[in-house]
Design a protein around this ligand. Structure first.
Ligand code: COA
Length: 249
């Protein structure tokens, strides 16, 4: 597995922390696998009532590891870890709280579309540069974001790659609350404990009703994934990845 994902249990709350600060929490295949395992394992464990997803100070995540994208762009294997994680997220049986500080790029933004309460700090910027990377939206965001934010805000976020400040993200309905950096994790954990204190079966039915069809969502994740894989080997994507890799040389 990987040290870059830390799992901790506090009572009925399972904390999943991305911890790869030197790469701004860029997510590798091993990290996706560890997070998928934690979500499905926590869902199957009656002692867990809520998942909390955290990053590190200044970096929720810079998104998918671009070196992994580059491997696929050059004809290598992509694996199923990303897909497995996205399905675990989409089918999650228990509420998910997330807390983002600073960088929240790509999946670092779209993950919150699956969360029940997201807290962010004033310095957080949500950004999905999919199109600029020659790619397409993922994680079911092409389905959820227009429904949640409206088509025009979703277009600005997913197609134009506009950065959404925490305040804009809150106004648009992407996140729940903006709190100071010092309070972020304590606030998210208090919210998780509040959720965990509710009658779990009534909560599950209520949440399932609000979420609608998971099958439709997973079908969209698959459809996005087909385009995404095709795009990864496009000239547009290869050039964007090479520009990132060589930018400091
Ligand atoms: N994949 C792999 N490595 C990444 C990464 C990513 N997505 N994001 C950052 N890193 C690495 C950098 O290469 C750098 O590594 P190095 O110190 O070995 O050179 C380190 O993390 C720090 O990043 P740096 O760019 O120096 O930090 P910054 O604060 O100046 O910028 C970002 C942060 C997130 C704005 C910038 O790194 C970035 O744009 N990353 C790519 C984001 C992206 O396109 N993700 C995919 C979305 S689909």
């Amino acid at each position: 597995m990987t040290d870059h994902i830390q799992i901790e249990r506090r009572g009925a709350v399972q904390i999943i922390r991305m911890n790869r600060p030197d790469k701004k929490n860029a997510i590798t295949r091993a990290m996706y696998a560890a997070m998928a395992k934690a979500l499905t394992g926590g869902d199957a464990d009656a002692a867990v009532r809520v998942h909390v997803i955290l990053g590190v100070p200044g970096a929720f995540t810079s998104g998918n590891d671009l070196a992994d994208f580059m491997t696929v762009a050059m004809g290598g294997e992509g694996g199923t870890e990303v897909f497995d994680f996205l399905v675990a997220l989409a089918r999650s049986a228990k509420p998910i709280v997330s807390a983002a500080d600073g960088i929240a790029v790509g999946i670092g933004t779209t993950i919150h579309l699956h969360c029940d309460l997201t807290f962010a700090t004033p310095r957080t910027v949500f950004r999905t540069p999919f199109v600029d990377l020659g790619l397409v939206p993922e994680a079911g965001s092409s389905l959820i974001a227009p429904a949640l934010l409206g088509r025009q805000q979703a277009f600005a976020l997913l197609a134009l790659g506009e950065g959404f400040s925490a305040e804009r993200a809150k106004a648009a309905g992407l996140i729940y609350e903006v709190v100071g950096e010092a309070e972020l994790e304590a606030t998210a954990l208090a919210a998780a404990e509040n959720i965990a204190s509710r009658p779990p079966q009534a909560l599950k039915i209520s949440r399932d009703l609000m979420r609608g069809s998971r099958d439709e969502l997973v079908a969209r994740i698959e459809e996005e994934g087909r385009h995404f894989r095709e795009r990864l080997t496009s000239d547009e994507a290869r050039q964007a990845f090479m520009a990132f890799m060589s930018r400091k040389k």
